[in-house]
Design a protein. Sequence first.
Lengths: 282, 248
Amino acid sequence: MNGIELKDISKKYKNVQALSHVNLCFKENTIYGLLGRNGAGKSTLLNIINNRVLADNGTVTLNGKTATENTEVLHNFFLTNEQNLYPEGMKVKDAFKWSSEFYPGFDKDYAEKLCNLFQLSHKKKIKRLSTGYQTIFRNIVALSVNVPYVFLDEPVLGLDAYHRDLFYKILIEKYAENPFTIVISTHLIEEISNVIENVIIIKNGEIIKNDSRDEILKAGYCISGISSAVDGYISGKQVIGTEILGGLKTAYILGQPETNIPDNLSISGMDLQKFFIQLTNS
Amino acid sequence: MKKMLKYQIIDLSKSFGVYFCVIIALTIAGISFSLSVTSSDININFNGTGFSSVILTFVMGICMYKEHYLMALQNGISRKSFYKSSLCVISLFCLICSIFDTLFVITAEFFIERFSSSFQILNILQLIYLDFFNGKGTFTMLFTNLLFTFTITIMSAALGLLISAVFCRIPKKYRTMYVIALPIFCCSILPMSFVWFPDFCSRASDVFFAILGLKDGAINPFIGCLSMSATFIILSICTYLLLRKTEI
């Protein structure tokens, strides 16, 4: 099969099972959202794919070739996360220069253009940049490397609303012009819900949902109203969670809604963030 | 591996360039000073520039692991490729250091012989194995100096790499203890052990001198070169065993 395939990946840190028998595929030219609560194993998963952390067992392959410790395969991947792995004394422009050496597809002009858009001075040293600008710098490199698989771990960490919006716009533009696989790991689910095509939800090191965003949103609905009416409606249905606010209750239900909904109840579509909260809370 | 090799060579060449400039400048300053003074009571000795190369390559080993390893992982270079590249870079720069040291001695002695009698330069080899060169020709001395400086610097770089590799592998909570304990052990406890355990240390130092080819009556720098080459190989193997499982 074409794409990245993870087979039976497990990783344990002392007493914590970070990942447990994870089987996953990342297809070509798709935008994935990797969602999970803190400590769910998202970063560990991305680090294992990118050979930064070694799995206790299992394999990572790209089009059938092992990725672990394979420079040839690893040059198809690019991961950015909150860690700055560039030398502390390195300037932004030098990082671009070396990125173009390591990744022949690196588009220096595009990187310069993004620097101007984000008002990032390429003469500055990376360590002198603020948290937000360090994130911007890493995102610019990730968007300019032109590799088939880009992994963005918390790509909007420390970014203000304007820069976050600009980043998502550029990401979509880039993807529309030249599709590639993007895996975004973030806690800001509402912001990326319109960007991602596929959703992977990870909980306690296990993949609990891996489906297209549209399928997930179609798979359920919300019903709201006074508590007693909602309780009456949901009996016998597959409820993944409820919220109570005053006398009002909202229930998140899997399945398709009935055609005859009582007048005192209102129905709405499933929201990705709410779906995530209910699924990971249960 | 070629890309990593290029990056490491360019990155380190700046530091080595500065180092060579400093050594040359200091030597020129020393010769100039010795030429400017007329008193015959003043003698200037410039000894063991090779030792500064040993320190430099040791620091290079430490820094290389920290910065270049992370850069390698960021840019999709496997640990094995990074290791191979690092060994090539270490060998290259140690060779440059030994050539520089040898050329430096030749050039400096050439000028000293002609212009200044109050300035003297002794290289690392002459300092340790002075007796070996009695009656030996200049070519033997230069070739031995080249080989000896190369082996001692490469061993030093491998030691730096290993110290850094251990640092990256040990749990974070023990790292501070490690960086404090290591110099204390090397600079205080190890020398003091000669006072605490004189018999044992005397025997250990006899073995140490023997493997360095400094045993009385059998002074031979080639034995030292062989021992240091073997040490380099052992240190490099240990570093690889640590490196292949190192995570960020």
